[in-house]
Design a protein around this ligand. Structure first.
Ligand SMILES: CC(C)(COP(=O)(O)OP(=O)(O)OC[C@H]1O[C@@H](n2cnc3c(N)ncnc32)[C@H](O)[C@@H]1OP(=O)(O)O)[C@@H](O)C(=O)NCCC(=O)NCCS
Length: 157
């Protein structure tokens, strides 16, 4: 399989499938075209014989260049549990660490138990929140009213 940087042409194919990849949750609106145009050096896709089967969109913080942030990661349902998510994350870690980043952050929804398990396996820890559910710290209304999040961080190196 081929790992390459994200390109603007990936926008349409990804927003077409992303709601299905998230089990029917409406996610496409969180992936405007700007991510595909302006975040290419730190965003990646994996292709299998020309078919896009996994993607990661991330960036180095403009506010604190020692921090990087992963906005989205998705793997085609038929390609899960084969290490593609781990491969994309490791590629991102290597890329941003080479540019001086020491910490990677991301958030996920408390209902996304698969994502919580994945990030825990990838060495992230949940940052303190204002409540706890099933042992995981949750920050209520973090991304707006009703938009609760688990806030994950990982130290590189
Ligand atoms: C979360 C997701 C990206 C994981 O991708 P993946 O390619 O299946 O993950 P990997 O095979 O690389 O797994 C990496 C590790 O995480 C663990 N893991 C991944 N998904 C898991 C799950 N649902 N439950 C438990 N553990 C899981 C694996 O066991 C593996 O652990 P190990 O390497 O220590 O043995 C994928 O399930 C997905 O696209 N989900 C829908 C979109 C989503 O929720 N994205 C994250 C929020 S932005």
């Amino acid at each position: 399989m081929l790992v390459r940087n994200l390109e603007t042409r990936d926008h349409a194919p990804i927003i077409t499938v992303v709601n299905d990849w998230w089990g029917g949750r409406p996610m496409a609106g969180m992936l405007p075209r700007l991510f595909f145009t302006h975040f290419q050096p730190s965003s990646f896709v994996i292709e299998d014989r020309g078919q896009l089967v996994a993607f990661l969109i991330g960036f180095i913080s403009q506010t604190d260049p020692a921090q990087a942030y992963i906005h989205f990661v998705g793997v085609h349902p038929g390609y899960r549990a084969q290490g593609l998510g781990r491969q994309l994350y490791q590629h991102f870690f290597d890329t941003v660490q080479a540019q001086g980043c020491q910490t990677v952050r991301c958030v996920t929804s408390p209902v996304n138990t698969g994502s919580i398990a994945f990030h825990t396996h990838m060495g992230f820890t949940a940052e303190p929140g204002d409540s706890t559910a099933q042992g995981i710290a949750i920050t209520h209304d973090y991304d707006g009213p009703g938009e609760h999040r688990v806030r994950f961080a990982k130290t590189l190196g």
